[in-house]
Write a protein of this length. Structure first.
Length: 411
């Protein structure tokens, strides 16, 4: 008999009918003999509605009171799901985060879980009940209601699974797993059977928004096997887990992520003296602009070019800062480009394979795609290209790394 934590997202509990379907599904699992803790989100759209309501009262809502308001969405769905289960003769009990005592810090709207009391849940499971817990919320040491940040129900699920030492945390959602890339861009994108925590973090932070990033970090830290599954379609989903040395089926690259939200800035003819990188990027970070990729060229005639990327929304602001800096340090010119895209290949297999970068660059060159910037990490290679070639690049990389077909053996 296994202990499983299951989390159902907003669309899965989006109507009374859907909640009944979830109850049927939960009943099926329970009949197989598993102990179940079920975490639910608010009905889809409900959290947005509650935030809008709070903003009508106060344009910058008081953080503590906002949590009092937005935590109610999940309180509704736990009650409804418990009713639906009882109606089909499954003993069930619902709890809010504070009732369980999911204890967090006091950072309203973005609280972090510190500790979970498992006694009440364990007693109910022992008594044969399905325990239903409200996602996204907790209570601080002073008894204030807190919430965990948007998408936080995933983190509730993982944290409960860690606290209860559950066999698996299953995230039921409106996709049937994690894909090699966005199926809207590459028709032949495949569902992955398995992906590592590290790879998932790279894929998620690059824009494959299946899970809240923090929940993946949490699962990795406590080694909670995490599975993404479709709420209403049968299938094995995608297991997110530790790297498995014995897995010979592991392809070199697991997936291709991309991002259209970046912009590129270049400052040319910068006098190449110590401290110049700081003189350029110091004011940028002082203006609260986050920098992603950074490239500095080899100097020629004692001057160098410096290129970096920022979020596209920050392009104008960053250009202003750079024009000022350029005058101060005597640089020649500043350029900004908002029409770029970043494409990344991700895979732990890169660690044990040579030639991955050249295979990537070869594929791009075959399609005549110019690479503007390159950056690498242990399990990721990213390039910046012209935005208009994004789809083409993702498709050609997908086939160059054999992601269209079945995974190839490691050689
Ligand atoms: N209801 C919350 C939100 O919409 C939490 C969640 O769905 O995970 O962000
Ligand atoms: Mg969600």
């Amino acid at each position: 008999m296994a202990l499983i934590v299951q989390k159902f997202g907003g669309t899965s509990v989006g109507s009374v009918e859907r909640i009944r379907q979830v109850a049927e599904k939960v009943k099926g699992f329970r009949e197989r003999g598993d102990d179940l803790v079920v975490v639910v989100s608010a009905m889809s759209g409900e959290t947005n509605r509650l935030i809008a309501l709070a903003r009508e009262m106060q344009s910058e809502p008081d953080a503590r009171e906002l949590d009092v308001i937005i935590s109610t969405g999940e309180q509704v769905t736990i009650g409804l799901l418990a009713m639906a289960l009882k109606a089909i003769d499954v003993p069930a009990v619902s709890y809010t985060g504070p009732q369980v005592r999911i204890v967090t810090d006091s950072a309203f709207n973005k609280a972090r879980i510190q500790h979970i009391d498992d006694q009440r849940i364990r007693a109910d499971l022992a008594a044969g009940k399905v325990v239903i817990v409200a996602g996204f919320q907790g209570v601080d040491e002073q008894g204030n209601i807190t919430t965990l940040g948007r998408g936080g129900s995933d983190t509730t699920g993982v944290a409960l699974a860690a606290a209860l030492k559950a066999d698996e945390c299953q995230i039921y959602t409106d996709v049937d797993g994690v894909y090699t890339t966005d199926p809207r861009v590459v028709e032949s994108a495949r569902r992955l059977d398995k992906i590592t925590f590290e790879e998932m973090l790279e894929m998620a932070s690059l824009g494959s928004k299946v899970l809240q990033i923090r929940s993946v970090e949490f699962a990795g830290k406590y080694n909670v096997p995490l599975r993404v599954l479709h709420s209403f379609k049968e299938g094995p989903g995608t297991l997110i887990t530790l790297e498995d040395d014995a897995s010979m089926e592991q392809p070199v690259i697991s997936g291709i992520a991309f991002n259209r939200d970046e912009a590129k800035l270049t400052i040319r003819g910068v006098p190449d003296t110590p401290g110049v990188a700081f003189k350029i990027l110091g004011p940028v970070s002082a203006a609260n602009i986050e920098v992603d990729m950074i490239v500095q060229n080899v100097s020629q005639d004692n001057t160098t070019d410096f290129t970096f990327t920022v979020h596209r929304n920050d392009l104008r602001k960053a250009e202003e800062v750079l024009h000022k800096v350029a005058t101060e340090i005597g640089a020649r010119e500043v350029g900004g480009d908002g029409k770029i895209a970043k494409v990344s290949i991700v895979g732990v297999g890169m660690r044990s394979h040579a030639g991955v970068a050249s295979r990537m660059f070869e594929a791009l060159s075959r399609d005549g795609i110019n690479i503007q910037m390159i950056s690498t990490s242990e399990i990721k290679i990213s390039v910046v290209i012209d935005e208009k070639y994004l789809e083409l690049a993702v498709r050609s990389l997908h086939s160059a790394f054999d992601l269209d077909s079945e995974p190839v053996d490691r050689v």
